[in-house]
Design a protein around this ligand. Structure first.
Ligand code: SF4
Length: 437
């Protein structure tokens, strides 16, 4: 049977897409390998969100050119395949086929074209895909990976934020039928999943046959065996009070909300075409805090967006310093060619973008550490990720607030349990240190 080497770059949407491609290939009898030199089919599922991500893909394509056997096939899938459709063949002639994120229904036909038989009975062995993601250090070891599962609920996005390439690469929004989502979740639970993450570029815009995101959460909350449910990502414009009410009603939903603010300045939000003002954002946060005290609010922030003045930056910094967020992913603006922001003027010089990034990150780190300190002396439950990458004498996991926690690796039986109850003894900016309760 043909063997496949599959490497994934980028976001969790890509990880979920790779799982889907792997499932299709497995259903045709393909096996998987982590050795590109021995694979019959090599697949890179790519990301185009930042220039650095693109460079990593092209550099990997260069390495694979030397590694792959002449008769092997090389497929580039994902956002870069869509964005560079016209130039990829010239830049990387070793590529045999391209499939953008909207083309995955053609994947089986492509495999058939490459000689994979289509008439075999379903495989008798479970799907076993070696981890070959862009940042393997972030992955859970295989024996823990099945505890977390990603389930896409939408594809594409039509918000057209001025800095973002996604609407051009992934196309317009499409919601997946609730029956299909529920069936996939039930399948994942049968395979051992303890935490399901619903994925979409903007899950709040979910709508299928009148079922909106709040309705979907309530429906999924009725699945008995579903222990932990969470979702990514929310667009503040589309987050309704009804969604917040649903979060409060469904016990399986984990106590965290990721709500990307991007900037504290209305002028910058307008330039980004984010469709909300900071007052509207904070109004939604106030309702969220009132209904769900104790939950973690996390966010994304872009520093040095074109046109961002010192006063705009100070508005963002002050938002962070006021303790609005428990955690933030802070980025320096990186222009994507083909997006309006790439040619907006004036652009903020790179060193100034970095200065602002460092100031916002330092302010947020202070808030995050204070948030973590609240857990000292408490007993928390953590979903195990496996032995700690930095210190294998410790186990690592994530709490319901998505905070990393490590604890001494004691006896083997306890180490194999998917969930650990821990007394927290220390708080750091990166997370918590505990001991088994
Ligand atoms: S909501 Fe904006 S940032 Fe998010 S995927 Fe859509 S266009 Fe991109």
């Amino acid at each position: 049977m043909p063997s496949i080497y599959l490497q994934t770059f980028g976001c969790q949407m890509n990880v979920a897409d790779s799982n889907g491609l792997a499932h299709q290939a497995w259903s045709m009898g393909c096996t998987f390998t982590d050795a590109p030199e021995s694979a019959d089919i090599l697949i890179l599922n790519t990301c185009a969100i930042r220039e650095k991500a693109e460079m990593r893909v092209y550099s990997r394509l260069g390495q694979l050119k030397a590694l792959k056997r002449p008769e092997s096939k090389l497929l580039v899938a994902g956002c870069l395949a869509e964005k560079d459709r016209a130039v990829m063949r010239r830049k990387a002639p070793q590529v045999d086929a391209l499939l953008g994120p909207r083309d995955y229904q053609q994947f089986k036909a492509l495999l058939a074209q490459w000689g994979v038989p289509t008439d075999l009975p379903p495989p008798q062995t479970p799907l076993h895909m070696p981890s070959s993601e862009d940042a393997p250090g972030e992955d859970a070891p295989l024996e823990y990976a099945h505890l977390r599962s990603l389930v896409s609920i939408t594809r594409g996005c039509e918000k057209f934020c001025t800095y973002c390439i996604v609407p051009y690469t992934r196309g317009p929004l499409e919601s997946i039928p609730p029956d299909d989502i529920e069936a996939q979740i039930r399948r994942e639970i049968r395979c051992g999943a303890k935490e399901i993450t619903l994925l979409g570029q903007n899950v709040n815009s979910y709508n299928f046959g009148g079922v909106d995101f709040a309705g979907l959460l309530r429906r999924l909350g009725r699945i008995d065996a579903l222990e932990r449910l969470t979702f990514l990502t929310s667009h503040p414009h589309d987050l309704t009070r009804d969604v917040v009410d649903a979060l409060a009603e469904v016990p399986a939903i984990q106590p965290r909300l990721h709500l990307p603010v991007q900037s504290g300045s209305n002028d910058v939000l307008k330039a980004m075409a984010r469709l909300y003002t900071i007052e509207e954002y904070l109004d939604k946060v106030a309702y969220f805090r009132e209904r769900l005290p104790g939950w973690a609010l996390t966010t994304d922030i872009i520093c040095g967006f074109p046109t961002e003045t010192e006063a705009d930056f100070q508005a963002t910094l002050s938002l962070v310093e006021r303790g609005t967020f428990e955690y933030a992913f802070v980025f320096a603006f990186s222009p994507r060619s083909g997006t309006p922001a790439a040619t907006m003027t004036p652009q903020v010089p790179q060193e100034e973008r970095l200065r602002r990034l460092q100031a916002v990150s330092a302010a947020q780190n202070e808030q995050t550490r204070r948030f973590h300190e609240r857990f000292i002396g408490e007993t928390v439950s953590a979903l195990v990720s496996g032995p700690s990458k930095k210190d294998p004498t410790r186990m690592a996991g994530k709490t319901g607030h998505n905070v990393t926690v490590v604890w001494p690796r004691t006896d083997a039986a306890a180490a194999r349990s998917p969930v650990a109850n821990l007394v927290i003894e220390q708080a750091q900016t990166w997370g918590l240190v505990g001991r088994v309760a």
